[in-house]
Design a protein around this ligand. Structure first.
Ligand SMILES: NC(=O)c1ccc[n+]([C@@H]2O[C@H](COP(=O)([O-])OP(=O)(O)OC[C@H]3O[C@@H](n4cnc5c(N)ncnc54)[C@H](OP(=O)(O)O)[C@@H]3O)[C@@H](O)[C@H]2O)c1
Length: 272
């Protein structure tokens, strides 16, 4: 899903905006980034202490970027920081505390950011929490972490990205959005029965809709893309059990829904 491809001039939901690539499903991050020099660029990777996030940090730092690992457990990122510090030529890597399920934490992270930001990788996530879990603010935990926290972070860092001149937001979504629309009537499963996969899928739909909505920042030089990383065995699957189907299907990811979600998310953050 592409909000705007920098070379195509196309807009959201326009098939001509799809990015084509010579890389297949087995290409590593290192192979993809080879030949790209990110010296002088500054990146934030949420959930960068483990799994896909850690590999993203490795690739960005190896290409010379200065990387901030945004993590709720900074101590867990220390081995990675040490590993990359020992790698000759890698960009500087450091950690900063961020709990995406707490809007105040995302706001504090954004407030403490100094200077410009070139790359925001919205990667952190939780999947299929077995029982309905709500955050201190009363939000369903997957929606809070996967979408609302990232929404708060991205909107809080908007000025830093705009000032970078050609910033990129990369949303690590999933295929799980495909059969679950965003339920504007009951996004936190207060009235309908809780389903772990519906809640995960809805949060991923929200992430993709956020990407579409972020097309409004294209004129500021900010490009937003969402991706499905495919299936990779990480800690994410710790709540997965065999009788939970991961569905397929399709529903509209229309710009109107993206605008509605943007309004919903802005309002949700305002009332916390
Ligand atoms: N692996 C797959 O097959 C797959 C498929 C489709 C999409 N994805 C997506 O890929 C992304 C990365 O997942 P992964 O597979 O690399 O799993 P992972 O290793 O579990 O990584 C998820 C990261 O998110 C962090 N996180 C969770 N809750 C957080 C919070 N409240 N605040 C800040 N950070 C938080 C985790 O930190 P802690 O260590 O502190 O929990 C962890 O570092 C997720 O968005 C996931 O939905 C993965």
């Amino acid at each position: 899903m592409t909000a705007k491809h920098p070379h195509s001039g196309s807009t959201a939901n326009d098939d001509s905006a799809l990015i084509t690539t010579p890389f297949g499903s087995h290409a590593s991050a290192g192979e993809v980034i080879r030949g790209t020099d990110l010296t002088g660029r500054r990146a934030v990777v949420t959930g960068g202490a483990s799994g896909i996030g850690a590999e993203t940090v490795r690739a960005l730092a190896a290409a010379g970027a200065e990387v901030t690992i945004a993590t709720r457990r900074p101590e867990a990122a220390e081995p990675l920081v040490r590993e990359l510090a020992a790698l000759g030529g890698a960009g500087r890597v450091h950690t900063s505390a961020l709990d995406l399920s707490e809007p105040a934490s995302a706001a504090a992270f954004a407030r403490s950011w100094r200077g410009t930001l070139d790359i925001l990788v919205a990667n952190a996530g939780v999947m299929a929490l077995p029982t309905r879990t709500v955050t201190a603010g009363g939000w369903e935990a997957q929606l809070a972490t996967n979408h609302l926290g990232h929404f708060a972070l991205a909107t809080g860092l908007y000025t830093a990205m705009r000032d970078a001149g050609s910033a990129r937001i990369v949303v690590v979504s999933s295929g799980a959005h495909r059969d679950v629309p965003f339920d504007f009537q009951d996004p936190h499963f207060e009235r309908r029965p809780y389903d772990p996969w519906e809640a995960y899928g809805q949060s991923k739909t929200a992430e993709v809709l956020f990407t579409v909505g972020a097309g409004r920042w294209a004129a500021d030089g900010i490009t937003a893309n969402a991706l499905n990383p495919g299936y990779i065995l990480t800690r994410l699957q710790r709540h997965r059990y065999d009788d939970q189907p991961g569905g397929v299907g399709a529903h509209a990811l229309a710009p109107e829904a993206a605008n509605r979600l943007w309004e919903y998310s802005t309002e949700a953050l305002r009332v916390t």
